[in-house]
Ligand binder design. Structure first.
Ligand code: ADP
Ligand code: F6P
Length: 317
């Protein structure tokens, strides 16, 4: 009989709970003993680990956030911390670990696997920044939240003939920006993939006025520029009144979408299947709603290619 542990790490993402539920229920079905590690790698290092029973994961599929808690522990890059984490599992006769998180979590998982712990990684982050998988758990829910906010901002933008500059999350990945931009008919989207040239943006805003646009929406991925400053420049150098909004942490919360619930349920179950088959050091990947897996190191070395959605942005002429 195998004992397995599961943790959630990095930024929480809607659907993480559905994945935890699937891990626990599948493990119990196979006669394995599932353990929860609380608060990510921090809890792992500190030994905050508890056995899970069936009812511990009741009524959580539809809940946002993560019932296991999450954390960021920069020290986990150090081998001493990783060895301590493995020791905590070995002391409890736990044979394997399933981690749910983003690319930072994946790096930790790869190190643990290289140190001899059977490890499987499930992509869970609103950023969609893991190149090996088409979609990560939480991305579509965060996208729906961003779309909802953008639609509301468009109402007021239209009413007042304004240019509205909106910052969305994504860390260094532009997917939330480009997907929400296309879904809401944004006139301009700025991400690491488009690059940011302020003069060019101002030029395009002026063009929008020339072709008779009453209002316009600019979606900007975070960590690129200060959107309040950009709105100020637009107001100063173009004929539009301009305002900025930073959507922020609201994008991380909320009940998971249908897609995220299904993706998470499949991935959680699949991760346990891999362990049952004796697999190790694997990352789960989605090809749309289909699930497969690849080596963890491959998941981290694959390059993120820009979404083909960029071609669907409106041409301002
Ligand atoms: P995400 O998993 O969402 O990308 P982070 O980048 O914060 O979020 O990573 C989550 C945690 O993974 C970090 O707090 C740290 O404990 C661990 N981690 C991040 N990078 C590494 C690394 N290079 N090696 C080992 N562990 C790492
Ligand atoms: O990874 C999810 C995310 O929300 C990113 O979009 C954002 O850059 C980051 O986490 C914020 O991190 P923190 O919760 O540590 O402020």
């Amino acid at each position: 009989m195998m004992n397995i542990a599961v943790l959630t790490s990095g930024g929480d993402a809607p659907g993480m709970n559905a994945a935890v539920r699937a891990v626990v229920r599948t493990a119990l079905y196979y006669g394995m003993i599932p353990y929860a590690v609380h608060d990510g790698y921090k809890g792992l290092v500190e030994g905050n680990i508890k056995e899970m029973v069936r009812n511990d994961v009741g009524q959580i599929l539809e809940r946002g956030g993560t019932i296991l808690g999450s954390s960021r522990l920069p020290e986990f890059k150090q081998e001493a911390y990783q060895k301590r984490a493995i020791e905590q599992l070995r002391n409890r006769n736990i044979d394997a670990l399933i981690v749910i998180g983003g690319d930072g979590t994946y790096r930790g998982a790869l190190d643990l696997s290289r140190l001899g712990l059977k490890t499987i990684a499930i992509p869970g982050t609103i950023d969609n920044d893991i190149a090996s998988t088409e979609y990560t758990i939480g991305f579509f829910t965060a996208l729906n939240t961003a779309i909802d906010a953008l639609d509301k901002l468009r109402d007021t933008s239209f009413s007042h003939q304004r240019c509205t500059v909106v910052e969305v999350m994504g860390r260094n990945c532009g997917d939330l920006a480009i997907f929400s931009g296309v879904a809401c008919g944004a006139e301009i989207v700025i991400t690491n993939d488009t690059g940011f040239d302020k003069a060019n943006v101002l030029e395009n805003v002026k063009k929008a006025k020339e072709i008779g646009k009453r209002h316009l929406i600019i979606v900007v991925a975070e960590n690129i520029t200060d959107v309040t400053e950009l709105a100020r420049d637009i107001q100063e150098h173009t004929a539009y009144d301009a305002r900025a909004s930073v959507l922020g942490y609201i994008q991380r919360g909320g009940t998971p979408s249908a897609f995220d619930r299904i993706l998470a349920s499949k991935m959680g179950s699949y991760a346990v299947d891999l362990l049952k088959e004796g697999k190790d050091g694997r990352a789960i990947i989605s090809d749309g709603i289909e699930i497969t897996d690849c080596p963890l190191d491959e998941a981290l070395t694959k390059e993120n290619t820009p979404s083909d959605l960029y071609q669907y942005l409106p041409k301002l002429n």
